[in-house]
Ligand binder design. Structure first.
Ligand code: ASP
Length: 580
């Protein structure tokens, strides 16, 4: 090897040893007759010293080195007189006797420091330089540790990691597919998997019993901070299990991760029914680090002559503790906030319960003082509190109120990223109605099993059928989700029919799976975790990009390699593709 040690390794006990280090020039300083270089590699920084008096040629050479030059330096380890106790190698330095430039470097386009001066786009373009910075390096090391611990836990329970194909078929369900033309089969296309769902089920039919895979998934969706077109799942499946078994085993995984990565003992996860999550938090991924749960007041406020309340399917609100002092301006600001298209409320109603006991609201003229006092009691507000109320269509109002609750949580600093509050959401509806296309969609995916007792309802009232599905949520982020699967051909066919598939189309698209169910498919179920997200939440971060070595930007582009890009005429021809 070109080096004897790394730049993070040497200590006073190495004093007197002859060593060779390799790395990048972080910084050069001159002080009197001495030149100091901070040499950096993945493991740390070590100070190199060159003495003008003792070795003028070598010292002059050192002074020539630019930032990010790659060098090799040999010399003797010496204890420093001026120790830097902030870094682990700060008690020693290397008295260099030999210096080799392994490769020079152009001046980097931004500083390779913990706080870089480079903008986001520039750093993305030179991602390989950005990755030299400590925060990014640490994120990828963190991700690596997370992967090891996830594998450790699953391996210890007899799970086996099996790879499934990346070139599969496009299916009309779920998100949009990325497709890949097939040269050898003109006019045919592969699609990249949105998840290995059907393959892991087939592995259960094959008898593998406990499967997992850290696997790339591809979804052609519009991007948000926590979305990337390609992302990684910890994908898992088990045979001969009930929902309860899955929740136990994978709560175990999460607890193992909390313990091994963050050294936290987390008590048993609470469980919440989907309907309760919507009713109390306006979200199927509630952030339970703080309260401010909703109270419905529809029946209390109807018939008082206020049209907004009279016309509403739901009137509900929550109590923001200690916020009665909010000024007109702050309330106007909140009103504007809920009216933004992303939230979509038509207005905001407030009730201030002033510390002196007086109730002041934006709907005073429709209610008597007693009625207002009564409402305040329904919210269990205390003097000094502020009640915020929205009204409208049920789900829309719940969701808007949910967004407002989170906004208040942010404003009131109730969302400490290191206060971890995981929970399970269960009892999801099987289906979701879409007004635009006038049909049901699978809330989870078409392979999710309905609750046994709800199966007859598939024929009569599919909308109320509950699924054997569950999500793991940590601090308002959906970390994972899964379900017990259908393992019976007839039920699978029925489910596809409810989703609008004819028998023929169902057979064409999912015949391979339904046929497999006729050859002894065991009852099975599973879950998949968003691995990038999990890393992000565990490290208190915000964007999954920080945990992906080479992420795409907001338009789905890799600005470093400038992808996606056109292909040549010859390639198009070979692929039988004509651009219009
Ligand atoms: N395949 C599902 C998903 O990607 C997870 C599961 O049901 O296991 O969301």
């Amino acid at each position: 090897m070109l080096r004897t040690h790394t730049c993070g390794e040497l200590r006073p006990l190495h004093t007197g040893q002859s060593v060779t280090l390799c790395g990048w020039v972080q910084r050069t300083r001159e002080m009197g007759g001495l030149t100091f270089i901070d040499l950096r590699d993945r493991y740390g920084i070590t100070q190199l010293v060159f003495n003008m008096e003792k070795n003028p040629g070598l010292c002059a050479k050192a002074r020539e080195l630019g930032r990010e030059y790659v060098i090799s330096a040999s010399g003797i380890v010496a204890e420093r007189s001026n120790k830097n106790l902030k870094i682990p190698t700060g008690e020693i330095e290397i008295l260099v006797s030999e210096l080799t430039v392994l490769n020079p470097s152009r001046v980097p386009p931004f500083t390779i420091e913990d706080n870089s001066d480079g903008g986001e786009e520039l750093r993305m373009k030179y991602r390989y330089l950005d990755l030299r910075r400590n925060p990014n390096r640490k994120n990828l090391e963190f991700r690596h540790k997370m992967a090891i611990q996830a594998r450790n836990y699953l391996n210890s329970l007899n799970f086996i990691e099996i790879e499934t194909p990346y070139l599969i078929n496009s299916t009309p369900e779920g998100a949009r597919d990325f497709v890949v033309p097939s040269r050898m089969n003109p006019g045919d296309f592969y699609a990249l998997p949105q998840s290995p769902q059907t393959f892991k089920q087939l592995l259960m039919v094959a008898g593998f019993d406990r499967y997992y895979q850290l696997v790339k998934c591809f979804r052609d969706e519009d991007l948000r901070a926590d979305r990337q077109p390609e992302f990684t799942q910890i994908d898992c499946e088990m045979s001969f299990v009930t929902e309860e078994d899955i929740l136990t085993i994978f709560e175990g995984l999460a607890k193992h991760m909390f313990k091994s990565i963050l050294n936290l003992e987390i008590p048993d996860f609470p469980r919440m029914e989907y309907n309760d999550a919507m009713r109390l938090y306006g979200s199927d991924k509630p952030d339970i680090r703080f309260g401010m749960t909703f109270t419905e007041i529809t029946s209390h406020v109807r018939g008082k002559g206020f049209k907004v309340f009279d016309d509403a399917e739901l009137v509900a609100g929550f109590c923001a503790e200690g916020c009665s002092g909010y000024s007109r301006k702050q309330l106007d600001e909140l009103t504007e906030w809920v009216k933004r298209p992303q939230v979509g409320a038509s207005g905001l109603i407030y009730m201030k319960y002033n510390p002196d006991g007086i109730v002041k609201t934006s709907v005073d003229k429709f209610f008597t003082t007693d009625e207002l006092k009564n409402l305040i009691n329904v919210f269990q507000a205390k003097p000094g509190d502020l009640v915020l109320i929205l009204a409208g269509k049920c789900q829309h109002t719940q969701e808007a109120l949910g967004a407002l609750r989170l906004e208040m949580g942010r404003r009131l600093n109730l969302m400490d990223p290191f206060n971890f509050k995981p929970l399970w959401i269960t009892g999801f509806p099987l289906l979701e109605w879409d007004d635009e296309t006038n049909r049901y969609y699978a809330k989870h995916h078409p392979f999710t099993s309905p609750k046994a007792e709800d199966i007859p309802l598939l024929d009569t009232n599919p909308g109320v059928v509950r699924a054997n599905a569950y999500d793991m949520v940590i601090n308002g982020v959906e970390i994972g989700g899964g379900s017990i699967r259908i393992h019976n051909k007839e039920l699978q066919k029925k489910m596809l029919n409810v989703l609008g598939f004819t028998d023929k189309l169902a057979q064409e698209q999912f015949g391979f799976l339904m046929n497999a169910f006729e050859y002894g498919a065991p009852p099975h179920g599973g879950i998949a975790f968003g691995f990038d997200r999990w890393c992000t939440v565990f490290s208190g971060g915000e964007s999954i990009r920080d945990f992906i070595a080479f992420p795409k930007n907001n338009s789905g582009r890799d600005v470093m390699i400038d992808s996606p890009a056109p292909i040549t005429e010859a390639q198009l021809k070979e692929l039988n593709i004509r651009l219009v």
